[in-house]
Design a protein around this ligand. Structure first.
Ligand SMILES: Cc1cc2nc3c(=O)[nH]c(=O)nc-3n(C[C@H](O)[C@H](O)[C@H](O)COP(=O)(O)O)c2cc1C
Length: 389
């Protein structure tokens, strides 16, 4: 039995236990994957400043994100098709998050529906919305999220058209997978039987937020083309303001990577913004999130909460983001690896690993609470932000 000590261990097990098309769907970026790679390698360039002989007793990693108490400053990011990494994946991840004390965000493109997750959990979760051209469908989603008690709407702004991931095209990604010989050989691989049995044992195998709720979507063949065609390319700040009004609750804008856009988000009254490049899955060639974070923090100050996602694979990464001025972070792949490896237990394991790494590193930097974590604990190369013209 492997002793699991880090996120990388969970990733190795995830790869072994999950059909190739779904592991690849998780572990890929758009086009050359430059941004995907730099999201993690840029974190490595920042170093932590060790301090000694500082009282490190009575530490706490607890804080708040968008008014919610969190065990440490992170939340589970919205991840499409989570229920294909393991059966009922969204329910398992939401339960792990609830028990651990961090928020879970359900994607529009989830396998388990808003109602499925609401029935399986007690703590309110967040709902991530993609704006579609079918206004009635969008209004309906907002109403369903409200009815389910979701206490924040995460509006994703960086995916109105799709970045291309070569692997997904080559693997003929689908939910559920088509029963071709190639896929059957892949799924039939000896380490994947648990995945296959789980999938046979659930009825949740397609995009349940959409099928049966959107006009003209009754089967999977039409679903894939429907989603490709339906994302609204005309989404602008006016439409965002309208959605804010319709929702009427906490609004978090995801996918901000530019100081000018961050200022617009503040004007609109966003309760939080997520500095994110969608985990390197959209604009290949964009800067890593950690590299642009300081410019966005400087641009908006305390006018809204600034969070960061993309590239977090350790508690040290979370600490670096907080020290750079983020009030919270989101993790995508780090918890998906855990889910694919060991289901709900694996998500808990991922969160335990990250929190422990965060706590210990914070102490070794001479800090005891989130409020004490500041830019002083970092050693950042002078040219880190880069001199981009
Ligand atoms: C497999 C996968 C699917 C994703 N699906 C969505 C989605 O449906 N909606 C969304 O807003 N973001 C989606 N994202 C982006 C994540 O919310 C998050 O921004 C990203 O995973 C952060 O990078 P990280 O994986 O390096 O932590 C997805 C990311 C991955 C890896």
């Amino acid at each position: 039995m492997t002793v699991i000590t880090c996120i990388e261990d969970l990733k190795r097990i995830h790869k072994r236990k999950t059909p190739k098309m779904f592991f690849d769907y998780c572990e890929s970026g758009s086009w050359t994957e430059q941004t995907f790679r730099e999201n993690t390698s840029d974190f490595d360039k920042i170093r932590l400043r060790q301090r000694v002989a500082v009282d490190m007793s009575n530490r706490s990693t607890a804080t708040k994100m968008a008014g919610r108490d969190v065990a440490f400053p992170t939340a589970l990011a919205p991840v499409g098709m989570t229920g294909m990494q393991t059966a009922d994946g969204e329910i398992k991840a939401a339960r792990a998050a609830e028990k651990f004390g961090v928020p879970f965000t359900l994607s529009t493109m989830s396998i388990c529906s808003i109602e499925d997750v609401a029935r399986a959990t007690k703590a309110p979760f967040w709902f991530q919305l993609y704006v579609m051209q079918d206004e009635e469908f969008v209004d309906n989603m907002i109403r369903r999220a409200k009815d389910a008690g979701c206490d924040a709407l995460v509006l994703t702004l960086d995916l109105q058209i799709l970045g291309q991931r070569h692997k997904d095209l080559k693997n003929d990604l689908n939910a559920p997978p088509r029963l071709t010989l190639k896929n059957m050989i892949d799924i039939g691989f000896p380490t994947r039987w648990e995945w296959a049995i789980g999938m046979l044992g659930t009825h949740r195998r397609t995009f349940r937020n959409i099928v049966g709720h959107a006009k003209g979507v009754s089967n999977l063949n039409s679903l894939m083309s429907w989603t490709q065609e339906q994302f609204d390319p005309r989404l602008d700040w006016e439409k965002i303001a309208k959605i804010k009004e319709k929702w009427g609750g906490r609004l978090i804008l995801k996918g901000i990577l530019d100081a000018e856009d961050a200022k617009k988000a503040v004007q609109i009254g966003a309760d939080a913004i997520i500095v994110s490049n969608h985990g390197g899955r959209q604009l290949d060639g964009a800067l890593s999130s950690i590299r642009v974070l300081p410019s966005i923090v400087e641009a908006v100050g305390d006018q809204t909460e600034v969070w960061l996602d993309s590239g977090i694979r350790s508690g040290q990464d979370v600490l670096k983001a907080i020290a750079m001025g983020a009030k919270g972070t989101m993790i995508g792949r780090s918890y998906i690896y855990g889910l694919g490896a060991m289901g709900e237990q694996g998500v808990t394991k991922a969160l335990e690993i990250l929190q422990k790494e965060f706590d210990t590193s914070m102490a070794l930097c001479g800090r005891r609470t989130i409020e004490e974590v500041d830019r002083d604990i970092l050693l950042v190369p002078r040219d880190f932000a880069g001199d981009w013209a």
